[in-house]
Design a protein around this ligand. Structure first.
Ligand code: ZN
Length: 181
């Protein structure tokens, strides 16, 4: 690894941790934890976390929120010289938004086997018909990003199970009460 590559790898991990902290803010409000940050010249120009449920907006993915904020901050509908870091492999919509933004580089954490549009389900960024080429790289802090997501889903499953058990227990109580009435 050259000095430049080493430096870039360290920078990538730093910003991926930053994106993970944003994802945690989504998680705190009950959203699937995905975070994204747009960086230019090593400073934040946009950031966001997944929030479709709370904002009643199916397009409110972390990447879209971060891209919108960056474009406003830079007063430009294009984002040249910028890198977007996101904890999860982007979906079709977000890859589209990234191409429209003409961002230079995409870095993501873990893969999205069900809907990922960079390497998992489709490889949109390798499509020859896109009029913009962007550099992309996955697997930056992949296991940390994966853990953040799987931990969230595991907790949610436990909550749902507890709720189901509670409501079943409620039914049983009623069943037992009925004969006494
Ligand atoms: Zn998306």
């Amino acid at each position: 690894m050259t000095d430049f590559e080493q430096e870039q790898a360290e920078r990538d991990e730093f910003w991926m941790r930053y994106a993970m902290n944003l994802a945690a803010r989504g998680e705190a409000s009950g959203e699937v934890p995905v975070g994204a940050v747009v960086v230019k010249d090593n400073r934040v120009v946009g950031e966001g976390w997944n929030q479709p449920i709370n904002s009643h907006d199916p397009t409110a993915h972390a990447e879209v929120i971060a891209i919108r904020m960056a474009a406003q901050a830079l007063n430009n509908y294009r984002l040249p010289g910028c890198t977007l870091y996101v904890t999860l492999e982007p979906c079709t919509m977000c890859v589209g938004a990234l191409v429209h933004s003409r961002i230079d580089r995409l870095v993501y954490g873990t893969t999205e086997p069900k809907a990922g549009a960079v390497q998992s389900q489709s490889r949109l960024l390798d499509s020859p018909w896109f009029n913009h080429r962007m550099e992309y790289q996955g697997a930056v802090l992949a296991s940390d990003c994966q853990y953040q997501l799987s931990h969230f889903f595991q907790q949610r499953r436990q909550q749902l199970k507890a709720q189901r058990e509670q409501s079943r227990a409620g039914l049983t109580d009623k069943d037992q009460e009925t004969p006494e009435e």
